[in-house]
Design a protein around this ligand. Sequence first.
Ligand SMILES: Cc1ncc(COP(=O)(O)O)c(C=O)c1O
Length: 396
Amino acid sequence: MGPGPINADPRVLRAMSAQLVGQYDPWMTAAMDETQVLYRQVFQTANEQTMLVDGTSRAGIEAALVSLIEPGDRVLVPIFGRFGHLLREIAERCGAEVHVIEVPWGQVFTATAIETAIASVRPKLLAVVHGDTSTTVAQPLDELGAICEREGVLFYTDVTASLAGNTFATDELGLDAVTAGLQKCLGGPSGSSPVTFSPRAASVITARRSVEAGIRSVGDAVSAHPIRSNYFDLAMIFDYWGPQRLNHHTEATTMLYGARECARLLVEEGIDEAVARHALHGGAMLAGLRGLGLEIFGDPAHKMNNVTAVVIPTGIDGDKARGAMLNDFGIEIGTSFGPLHGKVWRIGTMGYNARKDTVLTTLSALEAVLRRSGVAVTGGGGVGAAYEVYQDAGVA
Ligand SMILES: Cc1ncc(COP(=O)(O)O)c(C=O)c1O
């Protein structure tokens, strides 16, 4: 019950135990096509360039940034947690001139603050995290697409932590680039990064298309300013996933099976239904933690459905209590980073773990651990408050 990775859905694990096939086997190429169709539904986009980047979520981030940014390009990164710092770090390594604006962890930006920064920086790219797992809050994106469109700015977001657990729709939000991971609300393991790019972003990327020497045919593009990474060269990855099937890396077949199954599960459930499930169980967890008398960290108006930051009660050792949750009850809850380290625990309700039984068991275990540590908690207050949320929602 941490902030991810969480338990994978057993159906995903079963899919990943299937035998490997060659990367040009018709079954394999059909599975790649099907995966693209499925992720268009997951991301809610018509973007042709929708696929997987092999590697954890930051592989998708690196691929997007290194393929969109040329050295010297201006990039604006609004930072409200650890993963905004990661976007800055990666953009800097791509040679961008990075400008940042910051708010304290636990808060988000107003659209006006971002609009003002865009007007003064005039960036090529706005790179912003949607849900920053380190603080548990999500940056509202709804007004940013129109601002970027008007100002001619490419709009990128990282939805690793938020996708499938919170309302999100790529095309409706006017996004040009979106990257994700499997290990949060998608209920899979880390190691594959679903990504999608608008036609505008795709044309910026393919303008630098440079086909690798060993597979180049007469007339194939050779750019004077190629993308600065071979592995994360999205122009070549587009050719690999597209009808040309031009060889690039060896597809991580087992991860593809897993990513495909994650999307199949989600599409079967329905994206809106999955978001509603995360809102229900996240809401029950939040009510239960409050019911125990604990304080919640972060702006409640912008809290993600799938993870909650709880202030560690004074006078107890947060890591020792986490250890007791794990050793005595077999339940993992999360620590935190940077300025929040030692101050909050992060408790997830995501993917396969966004369920009534996991919420109620976690709350009762936490009550027992806190009581044993000498914290005055409201007896039965956690489970009782969560039950009320379920009852109000008509969940038996
Ligand atoms: C919002 C966000 N972005 C990026 C990452 C990095 O993901 P990975 O560790 O899979 O590379 C994480 C991981 O927790 C995350 O929560």
